[in-house]
Design a protein around this ligand. Structure first.
Ligand code: SF4
Ligand code: SF4
Length: 245
């Protein structure tokens, strides 16, 4: 006679074949009406997040052949060739300059582990993640993408996500886009200024002490009082009582 089966913890297993079968049928009946979670790829494409790491795209114009990405790549799967080119000075009499011209840029996706370090370290935004993932090949050597193919992936790179409104960068951009403050008088429309000026003139009488508002016949021709010519009556700039009388 065989001994009853025991669990690893020493407890004896309960039930037999019939209860187990019933339990399995109950689970089947319970999940029978639920919708399926299986994506029928490739008929139904998967809904991936927009920033998924599918393939690396290259903007060739931004690349300066600085080799930072190739040096930081932990798999050594980035290959860059370049040569130097002399370009004339943009200003007359200036010194000639040299710049790197990219001859080859390739990534071997059979070695790449999609860590994203190359994209992070690139100081010129030449590398970007694309969510495109359907580039499997029958021959592993075809997973070496040269710069032409890496450039084609740029069409599948989504636009950058919007900045968090509370971030420092968003505040800097908002401050840079804010229109400069102009004085109210300068900001008022040109057509409204004469009307406003005439309304002010109607409501407020002209100040007689203003130099432009003093009639010419009321201007005194006497010399201004000085130390050699002290005022006789009153204080400088005021009418004397004798004159009024
Ligand atoms: S993602 Fe990582 S492994 Fe792949 S090329 Fe860039 S640095 Fe190298
Ligand atoms: S780090 Fe950027 S700019 Fe420098 S070689 Fe790599 S892709 Fe080009």
């Amino acid at each position: 006679m065989s001994e009853p089966t025991r669990r690893p913890d020493g407890r004896q297993k309960s039930g037999g074949a019939i209860p187990g079968l019933l339990k399995g049928l109950a689970t089947t009946a319970k999940t029978l009406g639920r919708p399926s979670h299986t994506a029928e790829y490739p008929d139904a494409p998967p809904h991936l997040p927009p920033r998924s790491r599918g393939v690396i795209a290259l903007t060739e114009e931004n690349c300066t052949s600085c080799m930072l990405c190739a040096r930081e790549c932990p798999d050594w799967c980035i290959y860059i060739d370049s040569h130097k080119e002399t370009i004339p000075s943009p200003t007359p009499g200036g010194r000639e300059r040299q710049r790197n011209v990219l001859d080859r840029f390739a990534i071997d996706f059979s070695l790449c582990m999609y860590c994203g370090i190359c994209i992070e370290v690139c100081p010129f935004d030449a590398l970007h993640w694309s969510p495109e993932f359907e580039y499997s090949e029958l021959d592993i050597r075809d997973l070496l993408h040269e710069k032409g193919r890496l450039g084609q992936w740029m069409a599948t790179v989504p636009p950058p996500a919007a900045l968090d409104p509370g971030s420092a960068e968003a505040g800097e951009i908002a401050a840079a886009n804010k229109p400069a403050r102009v004085p109210r008088a300068a900001a008022a429309p040109a057509t409204s200024r004469p009307a406003a000026a005439s309304r002010v003139a109607r409501e407020r009488p002209a100040r007689p002490e203003a130099p432009g508002n003093i009639p010419p016949d009321s201007v005194s021709t006497e010399p201004l009082p000085t130390a050699q010519n002290p005022p006789t009556t009153g204080s400088p700039g005021t009418k004397s009582e004798e004159g009024e009388a």
